[in-house]
Ligand binder design. Structure first.
Ligand code: FES
Ligand SMILES: [Fe+2]
Length: 354
């Protein structure tokens, strides 16, 4: 069951072009993404109303997107504006497809999957580091064959870092010394983990070249979550016992968008304060993250394999650890929001679970 009344990332901005339409399933809906000739990104239902051909198999042109089967063209609003097999004839008013509100911001495309009139761009989460002056950023995409909430769980449960990523982002021997705090906020939850006075973990050793790296450091990770599944990790290290401003850190985008009940689009990125050598530093982090997130992908897909088609951990008899607090809060929050959404809209078709 998905929350539709919120913004999701549909694509990285550079994935969507004027030339090749991008087919992407989002919350079970088949969507086509493309740019009009003036560069505006558009999201339409990927099903031609004539014979249900996927519009993503068509072409982008001056009339919007034209279907590859019989050439009907649809503009950015999803309205048919040309029907070349019946020149001069009136176009049926039924010849239209659903247009989804889509906003390009922070280097990604945000889509509203609910009722279009409710789409409020001011509710788009603020990943301001991804397009702010004085910052450099890069983004990437990963497909995961598991329910999106297993990724939310994973990202909010930072205890896994010392085990799943024990060779790159953590180390098993520091697990017992981690200090945590869960802050419930007006918009979501912040899960904070702090590893004080310990040697830097491997990834930081690989990129930070400072005299203080030979001693112990304080290592912080603050994960911010907003419904349904947009997260940001503020992570960094600083000489042991000093303020964060004495050290170095990055802001990680972690946005997951359901594809189906058992598959997910994972959009991630790195942003850091602009300085000489940005590109090599960002390239390092993107490589490290690709490596680490492949570790997550393999673990989470194996978990989904053991769960079968199930996805609702709240309804299962699992053991609960302290590290699950934030994830459980997120799941309970979502459950309430989805119940409220379905009550308001009274539409059983919104129950898109599997
Ligand atoms: S199926 Fe699209 S124009 Fe015929
Ligand atoms: Fe991870």
């Amino acid at each position: 069951m998905f929350l539709r009344t919120c913004w999701y990332v549909a694509a990285l901005a550079h994935e969507v072009t004027r030339f090749l339409p991008l087919a992407r399933q989002l919350l079970g809906d088949r969507v086509v993404l493309f740019r009009t000739l003036d560069g505006e990104a558009v999201a339409l239902e990927d099903r031609c109303p004539h014979r249900y051909a996927p519009l993503s198999a068509g072409k982008v042109g001056e009339n919007g997107i034209s279907c590859g089967y019989h050439g009907m063209s649809f503009d950015r609003h999803g309205v048919c504006v040309a029907n070349p097999t019946q020149p001069g004839e009136r176009i049926s008013p039924r010849a239209q497809v659903r247009a989804y509100p889509l906003v390009e911001r922070h280097g990604v495309l945000w889509i509203w999957m609910g009722e279009a009139s409710q789409a409020d761009p001011s509710r788009i989460p603020a990943y301001t580091y991804y397009d702010a002056p004085g910052w450099s950023a890069e983004t990437a995409y990963l497909h995961v064959s598991a329910n999106y909430l297993l990724l939310v769980d994973n990202l909010l449960d930072l205890t896994h870092i010392n085990f799943v990523h024990g060779d790159v982002l953590g180390s098993p021997d520091r697990a017992a010394g981690m200090i945590s705090r869960t802050d419930i906020t007006d918009t979501g939850v912040v899960e904070r983990w702090f590893s004080p006075d310990a040697p830097p973990v491997p990834a930081w050793q690989g990129i930070v070249n400072a005299p203080w790296m030979s001693g112990n450091v304080d290592f912080w990770m603050d994960m911010y979550w907003e419904p349904a599944s947009n997260m940001m990790l503020d992570v960094g290290i600083t000489p042991a016992g000093t303020d964060r401003s004495a050290g170095t850190g990055i802001m990680n985008m972690d946005c997951v968008t359901p594809e189906t009940a058992t598959s997910t689009h994972y959009f991630y990125g790195t942003a850091l304060k602009a300085s000489p050598g940005d590109q090599s530093t960002i390239a390092f982090w993107m490589r490290a993250e690709a490596y680490a997130f492949d570790q997550d992908k393999r673990m989470i897909e194996a978990v989904q394999g053991n769960m079968g088609e199930a996805w609702d951990i709240l309804a299962m008899d699992t053991v609960i650890n302290k590290g699950d607090r934030a994830a459980l809060h997120a799941r309970r929050t979502l459950r309430k929001l989805i119940a409220a959404q379905n009550e308001t809209q009274g539409d059983a078709s919104l129950a898109l679970t599997a």
